[in-house]
Design a binder for this molecule. Structure first.
Ligand SMILES: Cc1cc2nc3c(=O)[nH]c(=O)nc-3n(C[C@H](O)[C@H](O)[C@H](O)COP(=O)(O)O)c2cc1C
Length: 192
């Protein structure tokens, strides 16, 4: 599954980033060339994954003027997001750059294989500190669209089915088996 974190490191920089994991011990991160985060992680092996609420995740893409806290690791200062519920410190085990072509020309993706070093609860409120997964919201959006589909005109129905298909494609990429099971139930009912 893929989870959305806010990534921080040794610079005052924050970025929402998706990390794939099946065990919360090993993580795969793919970075698109062109961001400060990409440049920073060319040479930096320690990454902090901040488990944040969706508001902080969304705000973090707008700018880097967040609230940061410091921590020391192996004699170096790293930053994390003050509002994070939990932080996971991970280390890059393997780094490779993959070149790909799209309609705008050539570009690079940096693929990082990482492993967990440690984690720390920042806000202790006795709950499970699960990172955000986009499939949750999208599945509920599909459910809302489904509940309205019989109430709208033919044209609106076509638009709704397009949206459901779009959300379904994302769920297939980022969701769990359970998400896809429910998605398939909608598929049987709506035929998208
Ligand atoms: C929810 C979300 C997930 C994202 N996931 C990724 C990702 O996995 N890889 C990536 O390169 N960019 C991803 N981005 C875009 C980066 O967050 C964006 O390039 C970065 O914030 C730019 O800021 P920077 O130049 O300070 O690094 C994502 C954005 C959002 C909103």
């Amino acid at each position: 599954m893929k989870f959305e974190y806010v990534l921080t490191s040794s610079l005052l920089n924050r970025a929402p980033i998706g990390a794939k994991t099946s065990d919360f011990e090993n993580f795969i991160i793919n970075l698109f060339e062109g961001s400060h985060t990409y440049e920073m992680l060319k040479n930096e092996d320690i990454i902090i994954l901040n488990v944040c609420n969706p508001l902080i995740i969304a705000e973090s893409v707008i700018n880097d003027f967040g609230n940061y806290e410091k921590l020391e690791y192996c004699g170096k200062t790293y930053y994390y997001v003050k509002e994070a519920e939990k932080i996971v410190i991970i280390k890059v085990k393997n780094r490779k750059v993959i070149n790909f072509k799209n309609e705008y020309g050539n570009s690079n993706i940096m693929n990082l294989e990482c492993e967990k070093i440690t984690e720390k609860i920042i806000k202790s409120n006795n709950k499970e500190y699960l990172p955000f997964n986009r499939a949750d919201g999208l599945l509920v959006e599909i459910a809302v669209l489904y509940s309205r589909i019989k109430l709208v005109s033919k044209d609106e129905k076509v638009d709704m089915i397009d949206k459901i298909k779009e959300y379904g494609d994302i769920i297939k990429k980022v969701g769990s088996k359970e998400h896809i099971l429910i998605l398939n139930k909608f598929k049987e009912l709506i035929d998208f």
